[in-house]
Design a protein around this ligand. Sequence first.
Ligand code: SAM
Length: 272
Amino acid sequence: MTTTVQSADASQEYVFDSSWDKETERLITNEAIWDPGTFERFEKLGVSEGWHVLEVGAGSGAAARRLAQLVGPTGRAVAADLKTVRLLEDQKKGTLDVWEIDIREDELPENSFDLVHARMLVQHLPGRQAVIDKFVRALRPGGLLFLEDTDSSTLFRSASGEDFLQDVRAAGYGLMREAGHDPRGGHVDLELALASGLEDVTAEGRVVMVRGGSEQARHYQLWLEFMAPQIVAAGLVTQERITEAITEMGDPSHNWLSQVQISTVGRKPRTA
Ligand SMILES: C[S@@+](CC[C@H](N)C(=O)[O-])C[C@H]1O[C@@H](n2cnc3c(N)ncnc32)[C@H](O)[C@@H]1O
């Protein structure tokens, strides 16, 4: 397992390691937290038969698969990611077009999509405005950009106590920030969307109450397990405390708030 922390510049690596043996489970449990709200918003935005849609940073693919169902055989659903190994079955079945791309470097076809969606991607990237501008160019006139990124300030807030898991949150998110992750990514999306010339820009947030021991809680256990070697090496928290925190997350008597997931939506003007 490699867990390199680098400073935030254009050449920085994505903080999570795609080849970690638990990365697929980390991505699937992330979907368990956020998919219901994302899918509701797809319906509200009117994604339907015949649309051409692009999911960027598709991860394990659940959002792209949902989009493919909504657009049906007359539409087109493309799933793009740095690593597409988790999408190869869908590509084989022909349900998704799969593009292995680095969105920082690679171009997208212009004026091609009715919807571009990216969840928990932009908050990890350097050069965010350039990426948003690329998304806007990829939209057809009248097409929708739908970004989802978080504000991490609510994470682990709980009736269990003011300091519940706050030490590991501060340590893990501090290191992620050094590696280029923005803990206020959802707020930044709104500013970038407004600056990109989109119309009818709106933003709203949702949080999920997570029950200890659930599939959703497992995501946070895996996040901490992944970050643990860096946290311990930096002397921020001991391995004993990390083990204790992972046990606390497995206890159904604990309930806590997720991050705030901020959904930003804007429309590309129909006329230039
Ligand atoms: C935090 S995960 C979120 C996955 C998925 N969107 C979700 O919400 O379930 C971020 C995803 O973005 C991908 N990613 C990171 N940097 C990328 C880049 N520069 N270009 C394309 N994809 C990237 C990662 O490989 C990973 O699958």
